[in-house]
Design a protein around this ligand. Structure first.
Ligand SMILES: *Cc1c(COP(=O)(O)O)cnc(C)c1O
Length: 400
């Protein structure tokens, strides 16, 4: 049977690896040696799970969505990561990495953020653990995501606006890597998704795998078997999807369906569908599918959802797509908006626009009535209210 997990060298098929500057070699090597023994130690597990339970509010519910099930002719269960402290799944990872940083004796935390969601999760974890935190953010994103910037500052983090390049996520990432190169000994770089050099994609997937660990026993309790027929999630860098599928990766009874951001359509320049239109390249220290020009310049991605606005997708997901283990479906802005309003009206849950991209795949599916479908709602939609309201007249309410 094929194994879809990372191999010894840090690759998923031909994707992944650690393409890093010489000066970071030792730091990344130290992390590679340290992460598995620490993550698997009883002491780490105890602290991590105590925080997940009492601080984050886990387990997150697995909710049977009755009206949505009726509409789509299946048994639809929603994994409610939107109910976590700070409103999304990112906190699962931030808490895990900060515990790891402490165990490795690091005294300073850096992170980069696009929309600000990962920055807020990291700043939250740093406040909790009393560690200094610097968050790199493109100057344009600082303007666009003002509320999250203020949240980070209130939490005590220093937000550093990056003025280079397009002043967005890729430039913030470059600046964070530059900082890491200057302070490799004392600084821990918390990456927010299943991207970056090995071991980050595997480490983040493991820290998010609490999602599928819970899905297993919650399904057993609710439907009498511990696996679904379908798992569905949205993909930016890939962390909520990785957490959702982790314990089912090598279980071929379970079909995996991932939604990436189609933007205005994959045939237009306004898209972030990097698996659909990307080509192989190195980004953020990892060989993945990247949106790039023929001479390797990164193309600025576009999506209505800030959290999916990343020009690549993690190596695990690139390999799942190439091997056919997962289907990857682009969902346009319009389809996501419609899906977001639909969940709101049918179930009383306002999803994050990112999560609405997972929901936006439902009309494209062909289910059997008895199919058990688990779809992860990665975050809550409060942060997206302005965007939803701006587009409310484009929604087809007769379709809901
Ligand atoms: C950041 C974010 C995403 C996208 O990141 P992944 O690593 O692909 O999960 C999805 N949903 C929400 C709510 C987010 O904040």
């Amino acid at each position: 049977m094929t194994n879809y997990n990372v191999n010894e060298e840090g690759f998923y098929g031909t994707y992944g690896g650690a393409y890093i500057p010489e000066i970071l070699y030792k730091t990344v090597e130290d992390l590679k040696q340290a992460y598995l023994p620490i993550l698997e130690s009883p002491e780490f597990k105890q602290e991590y799970h105590a925080l997940q339970k009492d601080y984050v509010g886990r387990p997150s519910p697995l909710y049977y969505a009755r009206r949505m099930s009726q509409k789509y002719g299946c048994q639809l269960y929603l994994k409610r990561e939107d109910l976590n402290h700070t409103g999304a799944h990112k906190i699962n990872n931030a808490l895990g990495q900060i515990l790891l940083a402490k165990k490795m004796g690091k005294t300073r935390i850096i992170a980069e953020t696009g929309a600000g969601q990962h920055g807020v999760a990291t700043a939250t974890a740093c406040a909790l653990m009393n560690l200094p935190c610097r968050v790199y953010m493109g100057a344009l994103d600082v303007e666009r995501q003002h509320v999250n910037v203020e949240r980070m500052r209130m939490l005590g983090a220093e937000v550093f606006p990056v003025q280079s390049g397009n002043k967005t996520l890729k430039d913030a990432t470059n600046e964070a890597i530059r900082d890491w190169c200057c302070h490799p000994a004392d600084t821990f770089y918390i990456i927010g998704s299943t991207v970056g050099p090995h071991p980050y994609p595997d480490m983040v997937a493991r820290l998010q795998s609490v999602i599928s660990e819970e899905i297993k026993w919650q399904l057993k309790e609710q439907v009498g078997r511990d696996y679904p027929d379908y798992l569905m999630a949205c993909v930016g860098g890939g962390s909520n999807a990785a957490g959702t599928i982790y314990h089912y990766l090598n279980d071929d009874r379970v079909k995996i369906v991932l939604g990436e951001a189609g933007g205005m359509g994959v045939e237009t320049p306004e898209t972030a569908a990097s698996i659909t239109i990307g080509t192989v390249g190195i980004l953020h220290g990892s060989k993945i599918k990247v949106m790039q020009t023929e001479d390797g310049q990164i193309i600025e991605p576009y999506s209505i959802s800030a959290g999916l606005d990343y020009p690549g997708t993690g190596p695990l997901h690139c390999n799942l797509a190439d091997t056919g283990r997962a289907s990857v479906i682009p969902v346009t802005d319009q389809e996501a908006l419609q899906a977001g309003f639909e969940l709101t009206r049918l179930e009383g849950i306002i999803p994050a626009l990112e999560s609405a991209h997972a929901l936006g795949m439902l009309p494209k599916m062909k289910f059997q009535p008895e199919d058990v479908v688990v779809l992860t709602v990665s975050g809550r939609g409060d942060k997206d209210l302005d965007t939803y309201l701006k587009h409310k007249n484009e929604i087809n309410y007769d379709e809901i």
